[in-house]
Design a protein around this ligand. Structure first.
Ligand code: XMP
Length: 478
């Protein structure tokens, strides 16, 4: 009797965002002087603490590009085939890279109509024409627009191509393109083999987004979600993505940990694990896996989650963050913690950081933006976008991410579908979040993320139910 009653008495408090408030402290900085630089994973610095969820209503190329341009990072969802996910990752890496390495090409024998289809599919405006890997021409949107689609590319292409050498600088490339009034510069080696492509748009845009999250070669960074049980997908994606995110609802599971161990051995990029929710889960995972580069934490708090309603199991995001932070402190390990699920406002991000997170992952908020891949609808004259849990019935119908959930619960939905009010371009939503997080940090007296993690103070908020009891008590006393 006592033993079981103790379970309740000794239970920890599984608090979340609505249960605490960030306390104001002496501030020495103005919000505009506040630095939001942080980390997504051990080797991936980001300039703002915002990450997008790997959900099929949230993150594909358009979202990942927009977010990386503004200093965050997107995690591509895995509810698609390996080839589709790879294409999305490549599209992000291709955008804005100075020299595109993965060039999409055509050949002289192809039909102009086929070249036009390729351009449409990949949303690009020109294709180098190659023969035995050597550059023989270029065909652009302008060429295909006015040509008969049934003629051969060889007849419609420009043969006299302006080219660049591999060691060209961005400034030289811009000058060359301006001089010849061209928007694309194929890059060739001494044998005229095509080794890359420079586009005017990409070079010009590089100067525009100074805060962008870029890799060493200047390309936008992107992460990709994977199943721990699909080592082939992991190996393939790791050649292009900057990080892999093991994407399961419950990471603290022996089979998942064993499978992740193998993946970590096979890939060189950062591997983020999750979702985790308890101190034990974090300690167990870290002790068994060689190279963990980040922890995605929070279980059952997502806007489209019904895991906790269905199973009565979960770890509210803020509680999960503090559990993970304490576990890391206990063993003296410093790896970024990503707070995931239920984040609606900038203050939620600030609170997560005050409890030890390095950044926050947002699904609902980003699903509501123009760049999310979800459909838009009008309800009573107002615009809405669809947001669905990856464990929802409709997401499961695609059957590509079923193993996110435990085998025995495959047929029970753990997610739902919701319509979220449309908020416009993600750039303005990010702008609001950045201002809001800085304002919160201003109140908390923190001039950077580490200061907020170390010194942020919080107070408990009495929940409405408790408030009611408290008021009744006051009335009784009266
Ligand atoms: P928000 O609240 O930002 O949360 O939309 C996004 C996070 O929710 C998780 N997720 C799910 N959780 N059932 C769940 O219990 C689901 O079907 C589901 N789909 C996504 C995921 O961690 C995501 O980042």
């Amino acid at each position: 009797m006592v033993r079981f009653q103790r379970k309740f008495e000794e239970a920890e408090i599984a608090y979340n965002f609505e249960d605490v408030i960030l306390l104001p402290r002496l501030s020495k900085v103005e919000p505009r002087e506040i630095d939001l630089k942080t980390k997504f994973s051990s080797n991936i610095p980001i300039n703002i603490p915002l990450v997008s969820s790997p959900m099929d209503t949230v993150t594909e190329a358009e979202m990942a590009i927009a977010l990386a341009r503004r200093g965050g990072i997107g995690v591509i969802h895995r509810n698609c085939s390996t080839d589709e996910e790879l294409e999305i990752v490549k599209a992000v890496k291709r955008s804005e890279s100075f020299i595109i390495k993965e060039v999409i090409t055509t050949n002289k024998e192809a039909k102009v109509g086929e070249a036009a289809e390729i351009m449409k599919k990949y949303k690009i405006s020109g294709l180098p024409v190659v023969e035995n890997n050597k550059l023989v021409g270029i065909i652009t949107g302008r060429d295909v627009r006015f040509a008969d689609p049934s003629i051969k590319v060889g007849e419609a292409m420009t043969k006299d191509v302006v080219v660049a050498e591999p060691n060209i600088t961005p400034e030289e490339a811009i000058e060359l393109m301006k001089k010849h009034k061209v928007e694309k510069l194929p890059v060739i080696d001494r044998e005229r083999r095509l080794v890359g492509l420079i586009t005017y748009k990409d070079v010009a845009l590089r100067g525009e987004y100074k805060e962008a999250t870029r890799d060493k070669e200047g390309r936008l960074r992107v992460a990709a979600a994977i199943s721990p049980f699909d080592i082939d997908r992991a190996k393939l994606l790791s050649k292009y993505a900057d990080a892999l995110v093991i994407d399961v609802a419950h990471f603290h599971n022996e089979d998942v940990i064993e499978a992740t161990k193998k993946i970590v051995k096979e890939v060189e990029v950062d591997v983020v694990i999750g979702n985790l929710g308890t101190r034990e889960g974090v300690l167990d995972s870290i002790s068994k896996i060689d190279r963990v580069a980040g922890l995605r934490v929070g279980m059952g708090s997502g806007s489209a989650c019904i895991t906790t309603e269905v199973t009565r199991a979960g770890a509210p995001t803020l509680f999960a963050v503090s559990q993970a932070a304490d576990a890391l402190e206990e063993i003296g390990v410093r790896i970024p913690i990503i707070a995931d699920g239920g984040i609606r406002n900038p203050g939620d991000v600030a609170l997560a950081i005050a409890f030890g997170a390095s950044c926050a992952m947002l699904g609902y908020v980003f699903a509501s933006c123009k760049e999310s891949p979800s459909p838009m609808t009008i309800i009573n004259g107002r615009y809405f976008k669809l947001h669905r849990g990856m464990g929802s019935q409709s997401a499961r119908q695609k059957r590509m991410a079923l193993d996110r959930y435990a085998t025995f619960s495959k047929e029970i939905p753990e997610g739902t579908e919701i319509w979220v009010p449309y908020r416009g371009e993600v750039a303005s939503v990010i702008g609001e979040f950045v201002s809001g997080i800085k304002a919160a940090m201003g109140y908390a007296g923190a001039s950077n993320i580490v200061e907020l993690q170390e010194n942020g103070k919080v107070a408990k908020v009495i929940s409405r139910k408790d408030k009611l009891i408290a008021t009744q008590n006051v009335e009784q006393i009266k």
